[in-house]
Design a protein around this ligand. Structure first.
Ligand code: BGC
Length: 426
């Protein structure tokens, strides 16, 4: 499990700061075309920190945004570029897809960013679990750099709306259902949701973690265990999804996630279930946790669904681009960058040695929950955000989840279809 069990964010002493990008700064002539899907207000504000740092160090940034939450559209564009033999200098990508690209022979050798990682001793700055997600060549060389850790399983809520209706943040799914019914009869949309496949999957994995528990989550989303998929527990998970569907409004299908967050900010809706990039939207609008909005993990047995944003560096010709990759890698892992970027992004630093004192209560809670769940078996990779399973298996599960959510399919049928669809991808 995660090395963070011992290397706590608070207590872990490292030689960080000695390097902090110094070795690879001064990137005159460095160029980078950067593919990403950070186009919402909060996301763009966070990305600007990196763009500015790159420019300050003499780099020339070419922006390649591909809009679409969760990155499904960005991954299609990326695939087309790589297959055409023209990969971007750096691309936002996560989880096992990094190693899958390496298996195609398009990432290295040589793995240029590994030089930076060795010189800056990234192994000592990251938990081994996060570090491994960044490594190619049989997990021996860095080919990607992490910028954060997002948590997926969150409730976000409008404080005024909850207070006015005498509702406190729910600590069980039954409590949530009761609160939602109360809000609904008061004429408030209980759950702001954008029914796009990745958003349905985001809600689904939080429900699966909560209702099924940590072991069930692992069996389904890490081990792709058929009997856990087609099981009475999975039927209960789908039942709760059906219940949640009843708490959404008619405008939900196709709505972007940040529009849904906006509904909570304005008080049109009470809750959203979404990763903590949603917090980036609240804070970008000047709203504060505990004062304007509430954050609380969705109910589970100390589970924590993690999602590490990272950038892959493909094999590249041309000194200016290689310089660009090295500079980007070094900047992304900079101690101050990881603080400032994550203050905007809503996530917490991937580096273990970044002080949390300037972070808000949601981020502080996330950091301490992460450590606790890493010790107790609750720390699990997000399937909806590509931290586990192959893209094909992920897609098969996501398709069934979204079809169930947007039809009258029974829970029993959905569980069976999921197992069948996954079987075809293994
Ligand atoms: C990414 C986040 C991003 C979110 C919405 C997630 O998959 O990890 O960085 O903000 O999608 O686009």
């Amino acid at each position: 499990m995660l090395n963070q069990t011992v290397k706590t964010l608070a207590g872990f002493v490292v030689s960080a700061g000695l390097f902090s990008g110094a070795a690879f700064a001064g990137g005159h002539g460095a160029q980078a075309e950067v593919l990403h899907w950070w186009t919402s207000g909060g996301e763009a504000a966070a990305l600007k920190v990196l763009k500015d740092d790159f420019a300050k160090n003499g780099g020339e940034w070419k922006d390649m945004p591909v809009a679409g939450g969760g990155g499904d559209a960005a991954m299609q564009t990326l695939k087309a570029r790589v297959v055409a033999g023209d990969p971007p200098t750096a691309a936002q990508i996560k989880g096992p897809s990094i190693q899958a690209w390496d298996d195609e022979g398009v990432v290295g050798p040589p793995y240029h960013v590994d030089e930076v990682a060795k010189a800056e001793n990234w192994d000592s700055l990251l938990s081994s679990q996060v570090a491994n997600h960044m490594k190619c060549d049989g997990f021996t060389k860095y080919c990607a750099a992490p910028v954060n850790i997002h948590r997926i399983d969150w409730f976000w809520a409008n404080k005024k709306v909850l207070d006015a209706n005498g509702i406190s943040m729910p600590t069980s799914w039954d409590e949530f259902n009761a609160a939602a019914r109360k809000l609904q009869s008061a004429g408030i949309i209980p759950l702001a949701h954008g029914s796009q496949p990745w958003q349905d999957a985001t809600v689904f994995e939080a429900v699966a973690l909560g209702i099924g528990g940590n072991d069930f989550y692992k069996k389904v989303f890490v081990d792709a265990d058929m009997s856990a998929m087609n099981s009475p527990t999975m039927i209960k998970v789908f039942d709760q999804m059906r219940t949640l569907k009843g708490f959404t409004d008619e405008g939900s299908p196709g709505r972007d996630w940040n529009v849904a967050t906006g509904m909570v900010m304005e008080g049109k809706a009470a809750f959203q279930i979404m990763g903590d990039w949603a917090k980036g939207e609240f804070t970008n609008a000047g709203m504060k946790p505990g004062i304007d909005f509430y954050c609380l993990p969705t109910p589970s047995d100390h589970g924590y669904l993690y999602n590490v944003d990272s950038f892959i560096f493909y094999s590249m010709d041309g000194q200016s681009k290689i310089k660009g990759q090295k500079l980007l890698g070094s900047l992304m892992m900079g101690k101050n960058f990881q603080k400032v970027f994550n203050l905007y992004k809503g996530s917490i630093p991937a580096r273990l040695d970044v002080p949390m004192d300037e972070f808000d209560m949601c981020a502080k809670g996330s950091a301490s929950d992460l450590n606790y769940s890493a010790m107790t078996g609750g720390l699990q990779p997000s399937f909806a955000h590509g931290m586990t399973l192959s893209l094909a298996t992920k897609g098969a599960i996501q398709d069934v989840v979204t079809e169930h959510f947007n039809s009258n399919m029974s829970s029993k049928e959905a569980a069976k279809r999921m197992a069948d669809a996954v079987q075809d991808t293994l």
